[in-house]
Each structure stands twice: as C-alpha cells, then as structure tokens.
Design a protein around this ligand. Structure first.
Ligand code: TPP
Ligand code: MG
Length: 477
C-alpha cells in the first residue's frame, strides 16, 4: 500500500501489519475517529464485518480468538464505542482469549482537555486488559502492533487495547513491516514430566480437569489417547466442554454450575488432581470450596501457560508452566516404571447415567429433551454458541461436544454472547452448522447483531428459551 514516495499513512501501516500477522477477519463499528483506517480497509483484502453495536463487534472478535488461538481484531470509535466494546474486553480477560481492540482517539494536540469523546484508555482499560496503550508516533506502529500480537497471544492470553489518535493515523511514514508473529509455546521440562509421571504412577484415583485456552484439536486428541492408555478420567471445567470428546470412554463430565454430584464426589475422593490449562476459577472450584487454598489437601498438579497464574490461588505440589498444546504433546513420551491406572470406566458410566435422558420438567417444553434431540441430530462439527442464563445448564448437561471449538460460550458468564459469536463463527466457517442458544433476556442483549447476520447472509439457527423472565435472577431471589 506504499505511495510512489515509498511512504504509507500510519493507518495503512496498521492494516498492513494486520495482514503480516495473518489476520483475515476484522469486526468493527465505524467512527469518525479512525476514518483513515476505514479507507485503508477499503483498499485491503481483509474481510470486514460492520456490526450494529461495539459489544457485538468485540464479542465477534473474541469468538475468533477463542477458536483460532490467534488474536481476534476489532476496531471501534473513541468514548462510547470503546465503553460499549468493554463487554468483549472483559470476556477476553476472564476467558483468557487473545484479542486486540483498536480504539480511535482524539488528535494529539487536543489531548487531556477532555476533547470530544476523549478517554484515557490506559486508565479505563488498565485493570481489564492485559495491556492498554496508545500510539503517539506513526513510525512505531509496526513495533507496537507486533508487541500487541505477542502480548495478546503469549503466556495466558488476554485482550490488548490500542488507542490510535486520528491525526497520527494520517501521518505518512517510511517504516518496514514487522516480521509475522507466532504464539510462543512454553514446554514442560523433562524433570517436571518425570515428576508428573512418578506422581501419576503412585496414584490410585487420579483425575484430570481441562480448562483455559491455548488448546487445539491435536492437543485434545493427545490427551484423549493418553487418558485411554491409562484409564484416566478426564473432566472439563465450566464452558470448556469442547476441550475433550465427551463421547470418549474416559470422559467424566462437566465441572461447572450444578455438576453431577457423583463427579464432585469422585474429585473429592481422588488422590491426584491434574489441572491442565485452566485457572480453576470460582465456578469450577465450586466457589473455591473444592480444594484448600493455598495448598490443596489432595496432591495437585497445575499446568498453566501463564507463570503468574501458578501459585496465584493454588500452591500446587507440582506446577508446570506450559501451554496445554505443549503439555499434551509431551504426554506421549512419558515413561512409567509401573503403568498408572485410573477408574475412567466408572467415571464415564456416571457421566452417561447423569446425561442419558432428560429429567422430568414442569411445563410444556423440556429443554433437556431439546438438547438431547440436538445432540442426536446435529453434525459432530456443528458449533453451538450461547451466553448466560439458567437455560445454559441444559446445554452443559445434555449436549455432547466432541470437537475442539464446537462450543463457543463465555466462561465469564456474560449475557448477550451467543448471537455475535454465531455471526463470527458463520463468517469464519461458512460451511459449518451454527446454532445459537439464548435465553429471552440473553438474546435481546446483543440481538441487534441478528441484522448483521442477515446483511452478510450468514444463516444460523437461534433457539430462544423464552420463559418470560430473567430466570437465573428469579432463582437466586
Ligand atoms: C451482561 C450481563 N448482565 C447481567 C447478568 C446477570 N444475569 C445472569 S443470568 C441473568 C438472566 C438471564 O435471563 P435469560 O437470558 O432469560 O435466561 P434464563 O435464566 O431465564 O434461562 C442475568 C440478568 C449477566 N450475567 N451478564
Ligand atoms: Mg429467561
């Protein structure tokens, strides 16, 4: 996109960096604060989705980050655009999703006068984003955007916010593109894997809990093979059911809200807990009651890609700073003096018994039966998207996810997620079946993105569980 003078506007440099770093999809709501970027979009081959509201746009980008492991990208205008987009930033933070939000900013010579729609994004997003910054110098666009990709995707992934002053965007500069980024794998050391093997070999009743991000289909398959070889029961934590094939004979169930009491009993009776990828936050830990803090009573292995998460809540007997992908790959090389053996068969039988048939429900519609129908009729690679509400309990209990990325939903428990996530999934995977499941309250929080789906001809099915109330809150009351 260089002119004859070999110069590019900063906006063009930004768009070129997106291309360099492998971005294909950008979600946005336009704003006069970043017109130069809109012009640069026009001349690029990026696939742009113009959304109805910034919360929807940012959630779409977050959903892309969730299933690809590479930062989703969103552009919004300053002030109200940025505060609307905060919805998606908070989800990316809690869900450990790589995401980059670009926010238009007032011109540099008007800053700090509280100019039109001005906000200090470092302050506003300081505690919500993994990094919040502003680009002052057009020549540093490649450096800062490159750092944003690395920061968003490495270690424990999260959201990055970059403010881009409108006058900076039109400056013309001669700069080189940054080299393409790729997420950095953190691998477990041989000594750690040896210790892990010894702990597993000594255990009579081990259980593995999968969560967090930085997974892939290959990693999920590697864990499944390892589990099968050692009869190791594997459960998934809240909203991470797609990390393990739930039809696999080692699948022990979903550890979230209202889990199978037999699964809880099994975890409490286990003599080795192996947490891979997740933080074991408030919901899967059953409000932090499952394990003692800081030192769990049960031998506890914690594998996490973010070093700062190890020891933050749980002081594990063995902490391994590794991505789930690298840890899963290392499992195949483990050597055991005595083959470990778990009780996967009984654990899976408990799971099947808990989920086989929908429970009796009052009223004309049994949502459990709807989920059982969906699990029997949807293709295995169908993608289910949802937000928050009591209705989601039936998804977790009765659906059987079998592929990585087939459940796209917020571990942060944010309403309004399903519709924008479904738009993003259909945009990313036009040939796959996408189903949005939403409560009546949930649907209307970002339901306007239905218009985006229609505009871009993105057909997906939405099932609205209409009980005429914010049922979750009624329940708590
Ligand atoms: C953005 C957001 N706002 C508010 C809440 C609090 N909240 C959690 S569930 C819920 C009600 C959901 O209602 P609905 O979507 O109709 O589902 P139901 O519980 O009735 O099945 C509310 C208000 C939330 N989780 N997220
Ligand atoms: Mg409702």
């Amino acid at each position: 996109m260089r002119g004859k003078d070999n110069l590019r506007s900063a906006a063009e440099v930004i768009v070129d960096q997106l291309r360099v770093h492998g971005v294909r999809h950008v979600f946005c709501v336009p704003g006069e604060s970043y017109l130069a970027v809109l012009d640069a979009f026009h001349d690029s081959d990026l696939v742009i989705t113009v959304c109805r509201q910034e919360a929807g746009a940012c959630i779409m980008a977050e959903a892309i980050g969730k299933v690809t492991g590479r930062p989703g990208v969103c552009f919004v205008t300053r002030g109200p655009g940025a505060t609307n987009a905060a919805h998606g930033i908070h989800i990316a933070r809690q869900d450990s999703t790589p995401l980059i939000l670009f926010v238009g900013q007032v011109a540099r010579d008007t800053r700090e006068r509280e100019a039109f729609q001005e906000l200090d994004y470092r302050a506003v997003f300081g505690s919500m984003a993994k990094w919040a910054t502003e680009i002052d110098d057009a020549a540093r666009v490649p450096e800062i955007v490159s750092r944003a990709f690395h920061t968003a995707a490495n270690g424990r992934p999260g959201p990055v916010v970059i403010a881009i002053p409108e006058d900076m965007l039109i400056e013309r500069v001669a700069v080189d593109d940054a080299p393409p980024f790729s997420p950095i794998e953190t691998s477990p050391g041989p000594a750690e894997m040896e210790k892990f093997a010894a702990m597993l070999a000594a255990a009579r009743a081990p259980i593995m809990l999968l969560g967090g991000s930085r997974w892939s289909q290959a990693a999920s398959d590697q864990v499944a093979r390892f589990a099968q070889n050692h009869a190791l029961p594997v459960c998934t934590t809240f909203r991470r059911g797609h990390l393990f094939d739930q039809t696999h004979p080692c699948y022990a169930g979903d550890l979230g809200i209202g889990p199978n009491p037999k699964l809880l009993a099994r975890i409490k009776a286990s003599d080795l807990v192996i947490v891979v990828g997740g933080r074991l936050g408030e919901l899967p830990s059953q409000r932090y009651t499952l394990f003692d803090i800081p030192r769990p009573q049960t031998p506890f292995v914690h594998v996490h890609p973010g070093a700062e998460e190890l020891g933050r809540v749980y002081s594990a007997h063995l902490a391994i700073n590794a991505t789930p992908t690298a840890f899963a790959a290392a499992l195949a090389d483990l050597k055991f003096a005595r083959a470990p053996a778990g009780d996967a068969e009984a654990a899976h039988a408990d799971y099947l018994q808990w989920t086989e048939r929908p429970t009796e429900q009052p009223g004309g519609v049994n949502f459990g039966a709807v989920m059982v129908w969906l699990r029997e009729n949807l293709p295995a690679d169908a993608i289910l998207c949802n937000g928050a509400g009591n209705y989601a309990a039936w998804i977790h209990r009765f659906y059987r996810f079998s592929r990585f990325g087939s459940h796209v939903a917020p571990a942060s428990g944010s309403m309004g997620y399903g519709v924008p996530a479904a738009v993003a999934m259909k945009r990313l995977y036009p040939d796959r079946t996408v189903v949005c499941l939403a409560g009546d309250g949930d649907f209307l929080m970002n339901g306007q993105e239905f218009a985006t789906a229609v505009q871009y001809d993105l057909p997906f099915t939405t099932v609205i569980v209409d009980n005429g109330m914010y049922g979750t809150i009624r329940m708590h009351q």
